[in-house]
Design a protein around this ligand. Structure first.
Ligand code: NM2
Ligand code: OGA
Ligand code: ZN
Length: 381
């Protein structure tokens, strides 16, 4: 049972849900902007047909009542009332009380992890995901929750990683190509193309926008070494925050610089914080890569020592074995990371035998879109 009341000036409608005891206020302009009638939203694709200029600035609500059809609201500039679904309004209410969110909050469904996840590695078999939409939904769900997932049972052939991209989206092509070969090269344009170990890092922090998904797919692993590790950058940033809030703020409130100029045709530069927050404090990105960190020039002299102390501590946390999940890729196996959150590393390799991975980037927005459609096909349709 819903009930509505109006403020005297018609600027505010309060909706009360007697079933749950929840009530929420809505502004006149917000209600008019969020009407779902056929003149406001195209019935076929749901896109808005009007602009804010179609809504008078001095709009008021002149009448409101709940009946069997829903909530009927009459506005000062239109004779006919507009009908709202009160449940939709309650699901989209913005009139909240309670403490402000902590700096570095994460959306529901995102879960931080550490080395304990070694015993519950999020993994699946490629064929299962290609045949079974529920299995694909669950595996994409692991990527949403943990920011990484492992995959086995794929073919051992050139380009096999494209079958992984096809599960959820599209390749993001860069100067490294549509796909790149990660193996030891004679004149490497990038330290990834050597047998050196690589500290846990996010890829391409020197790019704007940064690639949001990375796939690394194994074709050969007969050389000794080369194990992979992944670390939850959100868990690392929040651990830093809980140890020393000023250090977390230093990395969130100043821009670092990243640069790559490994071949004569490329000079990529980005100026972004290592810990990225939205204006309301949501943790949305980690950039961490010792190989491509450029000279820091955007931190005031007075703040630089604190910044380096914070940067050092974040690196120690990232290198802490208690934070890492590790595995060794066999041919036909791969892992996928959300490159805005999860760092990846590899141990040095060499000696007899070969190690060959193929990699590519893709976009996280289409992965999330695919996950939502598989999770709730009716709402998305
Ligand atoms: N590769 C593998 O971001 C980086 O520079 C890491 C990227 C060369 C595409 C390596
Ligand atoms: C990379 C990288 C890790 C590996 O190519 O970006 O980090 O396992 N490679 O070779
Ligand atoms: Zn990398």
């Amino acid at each position: 049972m819903f009930e509505s009341t109006l403020s005297d000036d018609g600027q505010c409608l309060t909706l009360m849900d007697h079933g749950s005891g929840v009530s929420a206020r809505f502004h006149a302009v917000w209600l008019r902007d969020n009407a779902w009638d056929e003149a406001t939203r195209s019935p076929g694709n749901g896109q808005r047909l009007i602009t804010l200029a179609d809504i008078p600035a001095d709009l008021a609500i002149t009448g409101a009542a709940v009946n069997a059809a829903g909530l009927q609201v009459t506005f000062s500039n239109e004779a006919a009332p507009i009908t709202y679904d009160p449940r939709w309004l309650m699901d989209h209410r913005y009139d909240r009380t309670g403490p402000a969110s902590e700096r570095g909050w994460m959306p529901a469904g995102v879960r931080c992890w550490d080395s304990a996840l070694n015993t519950a590695l999020p993994t699946a078999r490629l064929d299962d995901l290609r045949q079974d939409e529920a299995a694909l939904r669950d595996w994409l769900g692991d990527l949403v929750t943990y920011g990484f997932a492992h995959l086995s049972g794929g073919p051992v052939e050139d380009g096999a990683l494209m079958k992984v991209v096809d599960l959820f989206g599209y390749v993001r092509e860069t100067n490294y190509g549509r796909q790149f070969e990660v193996r030891t090269e004679i004149n490497p344009t990038n330290l990834a193309y050597t047998g050196l170990g690589l500290q846990a890092h996010t890829d391409n922090p020197y790019r704007d926008p940064v690639p949001t998904i990375q796939i690394l797919y194994c074709l050969e692993s007969s050389a000794a070494g080369g194990d992979n590790m992944v670390v939850d950058g959100f868990a690392a940033a929040r651990r830093l925050r809980d140890e020393n809030a000023a250090w977390f703020d230093a990395l969130a409130d100043h821009c670092a610089r990243f640069e790559y100029a490994g071949d004569n045709d490329t000079r990529l530069i980005a100026r972004r914080p290592m810990i990225e927050l939205t204006p309301d404090g949501e943790l949305v990105g980690i950039r961490f890569n010792n190989r491509s960190a450029a000279a820091l020039t955007d931190i005031p002299f007075e703040a630089m020592q604190t910044y380096y102390d914070a940067y050092r501590r974040l690196g120690e946390i990232i290198d802490d074995p208690a934070m890492e999940v590790s595995f060794r890729l066999a041919p036909g196996e791969c892992f996928v990371v959300d490159n805005t959150r999860v760092l990846h590393a590899r141990k040095a390799y060499g000696g007899a035998g070969h190690r060959w991975l193929q990699g590519c980037y893709a976009d996280r927005d289409s992965l999330l879109s695919r996950y939502r459609v598989l999770s709730d096909p009716v709402a998305a349709g």
